[in-house]
Design a protein around this ligand. Structure first.
Ligand code: BTN
Length: 256
């Protein structure tokens, strides 16, 4: 384990070679008293965790990073921290790699319609203080052949899409700086980055399938609401989707 300090930043950045999951390991550090802002980065994850209890493939040369935040913000506001992390990843990929990723609601970051990054926020609340662990996995220099066959059609990496290797340390430093800035804005006003999220989210305007309780239903995504829920029009009319999973339905092929 190595510990780094970024000039002007109080909390440390801890680097470990291998952990089961950076989120799990950081939650242990939080219980042992780690300060708000502490970041944990691992070169390898043996048990990376994804949303909805799924596992998260973590092949070598990806960035696996978790950030701890202790905050007195009301728990319902913490729903917007995952979209906030997606904005931070987009800003970083733009600044460090010159790319323009898009967000698929609520928080997948896509490059060319394939998933570049997954985000998992975990929250516990005790005596009015929320402890947030924000986990981000970005396929930075990952060779796309190292994804399992099940993922190859849907996942991508910066290296696979550009043919260029990225300076991982520069990418991680920039991502931490963007997260620090967005967290401070968010603590003052949880909608501070709403306009930017709306601009970066490519889901409105698309036909989608809403996946809920092992069933799927078609709808059209029409906008992002102020609470960052997805406004849809489905079989039962207009509805705001607060959480859940969607897939994008491909546009029908037109014959001329
Ligand atoms: C998802 O897309 O389902 C979310 C994936 C989140 C993966 C990241 S990798 C770093 C952190 N540690 C984990 O175990 N999960 C998150």
């Amino acid at each position: 384990m190595r510990e780094y300090h970024i000039a002007g930043r109080l909390a440390p950045v801890i680097f470990k070679d291998t952990v089961d999951s950076t989120n799990t390991a950081l939650k242990e550090l939080a219980r042992a008293g780690a300060m708000s802002g502490t970041v944990l980065i691992a070169r390898r994850q043996t048990g990376g965790r994804g949303r909805l209890g799924r596992s998260f493939e973590s092949p070598p040369e990806g960035l696996y990073l978790s950030m701890l935040r202790k905050t007195v913000c009301p728990p319902e506001r913490t729903l917007t921290t995952t979209p906030m992390a997606a904005v931070a990843v987009c800003r970083t990929a733009e600044a460090v790699c010159g790319l323009s990723p898009e967000i698929k609601w609520p928080n997948d970051v896509l490059l060319g319609a394939k998933k570049l990054c997954g985000i998992l926020t975990e929250l516990s609340v005790q005596s009015g203080e929320a402890t947030l662990v924000l986990g981000i996995g970005v396929n930075v220099n990952t060779p796309e052949e190292s994804f399992s066959p099940a993922l190859r059609d849907t996942a991508c990496s910066i290296y696979g899409q550009t043919g260029c290797k990225t300076d991982m340390a520069a990418f991680a430093r920039r991502l931490i700086a963007e997260l620090d800035e967005l967290f401070s804005l968010w603590e003052a006003d949880s909608r501070a980055f709403l306009a930017e999220y709306r601009r970066r989210c490519s889901t409105p305007g698309q036909d989608i399938l809403i996946l809920q309780n092992e069933k799927s239903r078609p709808a059209r995504a029409v906008g992002i609401n102020e609470d960052m829920s997805l406004q849809i029009i489905g079989e039962n009319g207009a509805e705001a989707l607060r959480f859940g999973e969607i897939s994008i339905r491909p546009a029908p092929v037109k014959d001329f």
